[in-house]
Design a protein around this ligand. Structure first.
Ligand SMILES: Cc1cc2nc3c(=O)[nH]c(=O)nc-3n(C[C@H](O)[C@H](O)[C@H](O)COP(=O)(O)O)c2cc1C
Length: 319
């Protein structure tokens, strides 16, 4: 194996840690010499909640960003090709150079990233942190709008509607149950340890997974939370992939500044709430995901890490 092949295989391995909707990990990597190809695995797509594949490609985009951060950390310059059809993206490793401590720090931040469904602390997200997250979204290839108080109340109503619709949809309930709690496909899904024992008191409801987990979510109220919409100019698969990269870049910037991120996708899963979300944005773009932003409690490490599929199952090396 060449050094490029080894570096790309390692980057794909790091990308296993990326966030994905319901921890479905809907990606597959093929390492071909100095090329790393990313494919979506439609067998792990949520057919009921995500028929268009928006959340699947957001997840793949986050994995793509993770792989790029890993390559940067090893000093590899690279270029990303985005073919019109499959694969979704190809990373070309170009040259190995010296290792930059800043790039290594970025990788370390991604290694400790996790979704935190506990109530956020009472400390609001500082304006400069919000600004940094907006910049990170732009750097990642999408945009982020932090909502005003009135817009948050509108969002709360919308998420309530989405939750009601989904709670009465037996197919959606069955689909969620496949990925959440005890009987999940091995190496995927949400274990009890990351699901709140009781739904916390929040202005905007968290996703009700339909099961009680063992996570102590905290007794407070998330009054200090900010809510933001990740959005962009287009609503095509290439835009969703970019948005996933932006999500990962935002998350990285958030951890660096002690902020916690919780993605909320139920309002983009249904047409009527996605359209309503678009109206909140003033119809200037297409919404991809809602993010709850809060200040992490520095005294607690946060919830457990969720499981991942083994490398052999998601990475193929064809040297
Ligand atoms: C596109 C996308 C949508 C998500 N939607 C939700 C959601 O609606 N509610 C939630 O609690 N978590 C949501 N998550 C977080 C995932 O459940 C989480 O990333 C996954 O379980 C892996 O856990 P980790 O992020 O702690 O590594 C979403 C993540 C992604 C990437």
């Amino acid at each position: 194996m060449t050094t490029a092949t080894v570096a790309l295989a390692r980057a794909a391995d790091t990308a296993r840690l990326a966030p994905s909707v319901h921890n479905t990990q809907p990606w597959r990597w093929v390492v071909r010499g100095a090329r790393l190809e990313l494919y979506a695995v439609t067998g792990r797509q949520l057919r009921e909640q995500d028929p268009a594949g928006r959340l699947m490609l957001l997840s793949c985009g986050a994995a793509l960003h993770h792989a790029r951060v890993a390559l940067d950390a090893e000093g590899w310059t690279h270029r990303v090709e985005r073919p019109a059809a499959e694969p979704l993206a190809v990373i070309h490793a170009e040259a190995a150079g010296s290792v930059d401590p800043h790039a290594m720090h970025r990788l370390q931040l991604l290694l400790i990233r996790r979704t935190d469904r506990r109530v956020v602390s009472d400390e609001p997200v500082a304006p400069d942190v919000r600004e940094a997250l907006v910049d990170a979204a732009r750097l990642g290839g999408a945009r982020l709008q932090v909502l005003s108080r009135d817009q948050v109340l509108e969002l709360a109503v919308m998420i309530e509607h989405a939750g009601d619709a989904q709670r009465h949809d037996v197919r959606m309930i069955a689909e969620t149950a496949t990925w959440v709690g005890g009987d999940r496909p091995a190496g995927t899904g949400l274990p009890d340890a990351v699901i709140p024992a009781e739904l916390p008191l929040t202005t905007v409801a968290e996703r009700d997974f339909g099961v009680s987990g063992t996570l102590e979510a905290g007794a407070g109220h998330d009054n200090a939370a900010a809510y933001a919409v990740l959005y962009g100019d287009g609503d095509e698969p290439a835009d969703w992939l970019r948005a996933g990269e932006a999500l990962s870049e935002i998350w990285l910037a958030a951890i660096h500044r002690g902020a916690a991120v919780l993605p909320l996708s139920s309002p983009v899963e249904l047409d009527f709430t996605r359209q309503a979300l678009r109206r909140i944005l003033g119809e200037v773009g297409y919404p991809y995901l809602v993010l709850r932003l809060g200040t992490s409690d520095p005294d607690h490490a946060g919830p457990a890490h969720t499981p991942r599929l083994p490398g052999e199952q998601v990475i193929e090396i064809v040297d």
